[in-house]
Design a protein around this ligand. Structure first.
Ligand SMILES: C[S@@+](CC[C@H](N)C(=O)[O-])C[C@H]1O[C@@H](n2cnc3c(N)ncnc32)[C@H](O)[C@@H]1O
Length: 238
């Protein structure tokens, strides 16, 4: 996958020291850092949702990798105590990123490596099916009371990160992946999403409309296969 290998190479160049993974979810990016950083002392993954952290612990078993429930807008770490900080796929999962960015500035030491990986939507053309599917999920999540916004545009993400005034900043994309959904297992998995996900908001005034939107996406997927959204990677130094 173009871009993905570049990200791993960039991680190989970083001695992690004390590493913080913000909004770690099931810990996949934290594990990627454990796998690819040149070395590190400790990686801490933080997330608001306890059940995600339970999954992260079950899924990833690396030395000196731990997960704690913590709000990214109120990080219980000392000023300038973090050498490497990451936030992956989470801009659009936050009510407001401003308090998190204030905390990022506070907890990182000068010279710390800071990286963001984020999927984005296009602002100049139709969205690939993967983005439409993602926004459909997000619309259902919101109606179920979970913060999940539409993905940001690449320009919006860059504009936000630029406010950190990082030095040595590199920006590259992990390209859109055309997945043919060729394994029966994958097909079944995605069919189950269309069958089950809308039930989370059964009885909601938008239930029927979103269920119908799901059926439209199901048909489009069957005909065209799944193309996911591109990701942008931004790495710099504090
Ligand atoms: C898409 S998931 C993150 C995926 C993960 N970083 C990875 O790469 O696998 C988004 C996560 O953001 C978390 N989140 C949203 N707001 C947060 C906050 N204020 N503090 C900590 N976590 C937050 C959600 O609980 C959710 O687990």
């Amino acid at each position: 996958m173009p871009g993905s290998e570049t990200l791993n190479q960039r991680l190989h160049e970083i001695s992690g020291g004390t590493v913080l993974d913000i909004a770690t979810g099931k810990g996949d990016f934290a594990a990627r850092m454990a796998e690819n950083l040149r070395d590190y002392d400790h990686i801490l993954g933080i997330d608001l949702q306890h059940d995600r952290l339970v999954q992260a612990v079950a899924k990833h078993d690396y030395a000196n990798l731990s997960f704690v429930r913590m709000d990214a807008s109120r990080i219980a770490l000392a000023d300038r105590s973090v050498d490497t900080l990451a936030m992956a796929y989470s801009f659009h999962h936050m009510d407001d990123v401003a308090p998190t960015f204030r905390e990022i500035k506070r907890v990182t030491r000068p010279g710390a490596a800071i990286m963001f990986v984020e999927c984005y939507r296009y602002d100049d053309r139709d969205q690939p099916i993967g983005v439409q599917l993602h926004h459909w999920w997000a619309a259902i999540d919101r109606r179920a009371g979970v913060t999940h916004n539409d993905t940001w545009t690449r320009a919006e993400i860059l504009e936000r990160v630029n406010q950190l005034n990082l030095s040595d900043m590199t920006v590259f994309d992990i390209d859109l992946v055309q997945d043919e959904l060729d394994s029966a297992e994958e097909r079944e998995q995605i069919e189950r999403v269309f069958d089950e996900y809308p039930h989370r908001i059964a009885g909601h005034p938008d239930y029927e409309r979103l269920k119908e939107e799901g059926e439209r996406l199901r048909q489009a997927l069957r005909e065209q296969g799944l193309s996911w959204s591109p990701d942008v990677v931004i790495i710099g130094r504090r």
